[in-house]
Design a protein around this ligand. Structure first.
Ligand code: DC
Length: 223
């Protein structure tokens, strides 16, 4: 890793604003953004299309080993996830995928492969990466680690607004229950659980806009 090589990790629960913040931060710094949640989601798209039993960890690991995930650069500089060459950036955001990705996320063999792919992507370029285990497992020697959090009610409201803006029909109470359920699964899984790295800085995004959160992080990094 060269002295210029910069890795910034953003971990935290769903709806804390990580992905919007990571994307904006990467763009501001002129470096790549790695959306690791998109990778677990894309594998879930493939498994559900194949009507697989998602709780079969061996089958899911074999599927993952035989899957090619990639990121395609779009004209606006953002990266769309590809699954065996197909752009699945819209498919990965459906509620069905959101609610079923925890199977891939808790499968040890899948995590081992994902971790290796993520490290490879961060090996020769500067990145802002977001997920649950980026500072604790994947990039333990990252130059900057952040744990982005926000009040649960605000996280629910943000996700609600995102889904409404995308034209989806949403039941707020159901959304809250689903999000709390996913939080519990993220915190409690045996491999790669969501937790703050001891050397991560907590950034509370409650009441802040994306720009406000980026500004808070920019003040904490010295380049
Ligand atoms: O950040 P997200 O909502 O796109 O993540 C989708 C799912 O993948 C969520 O259940 C948590 C899981 N995930 C993970 O286990 N490890 C990561 N590095 C990123 C996401």
């Amino acid at each position: 890793m060269s002295a210029e090589h910069l890795v910034i990790t953003l971990d935290g629960p769903a709806g804390a604003g990580k992905s919007s913040v990571a994307k904006a931060l990467a763009s501001k710094l002129g470096i790549s953004y790695l959306d690791t949640g998109a990778m677990y989601r894309a594998l879930t798209v493939k498994a559900l299309r194949l009507k697989m039993d998602l709780s079969d960890e061996e089958a899911l690991t074999t599927l993952c080993r035989n899957t090619k995930l990639g990121f395609k650069e779009m004209p606006d500089g953002s990266l769309n996830i590809t699954l065996d060459g197909e752009d699945v950036s819209v498919a990965i955001r459906s509620p069905e995928i959101t609610n079923n990705t925890h199977y891939a996320a808790k499968t040890p063999g899948v995590r081992t492969l994902m971790v290796a792919w993520q490290r490879a992507m961060g090996q020769d370029r500067s990145i802002v990466t977001d997920g649950r285990d980026q500072g604790t497992v994947v990039f333990t020697d990252a130059r900057y680690k952040f744990y982005v959090d926000a009040d649960v009610e605000e996280r629910v409201q943000r996700r609600y607004k995102e889904l409404i803006a995308a034209g989806k029909k949403v039941d707020l109470d159901q959304l809250r229950t689903d999000m709390q359920d996913r939080d519990q699964k993220d915190f409690n899984r045996a491999v790669g659980p969501l937790k703050k790295a001891p050397d991560a800085i907590t950034v509370d995004s409650t009441g802040l806009t994306v720009e406000g959160t980026v500004a808070k992080i920019m003040k904490l990094i010295q380049l």
